[in-house]
Ligand binder design. Structure first.
Ligand SMILES: [Zn+2]
Length: 67
């Protein structure tokens, strides 16, 4: 939790497609799902997966950077 603001978390459909939003939330790169509008940063406990059930490469890279 970075406490900067609440992330948008929508119930993901089976159409999720994650990518970097080009924005930052504090130190973190902000990711967004183009299907449901959910947001994610690497400090979150959960990990986004796309509609194919795969963790997007950019998400994996950001997680690796964070650890
Ligand atoms: Zn989604």
């Amino acid at each position: 939790m970075n406490g900067m603001r609440e992330l948008v978390i929508s119930p993901c459909q089976a159409r999720c497609s994650w990518s970097t939003s080009g924005q930052r939330l504090g130190e973190d790169l902000l990711f967004a799902c183009s299907a449901c509008g959910s947001e994610w940063v690497a400090s979150e406990a959960w990990t986004p997966v796309d509609w194919q059930g795969v963790v997007p490469e950019a998400v994996q890279a950001e997680r690796a950077r964070e650890e």
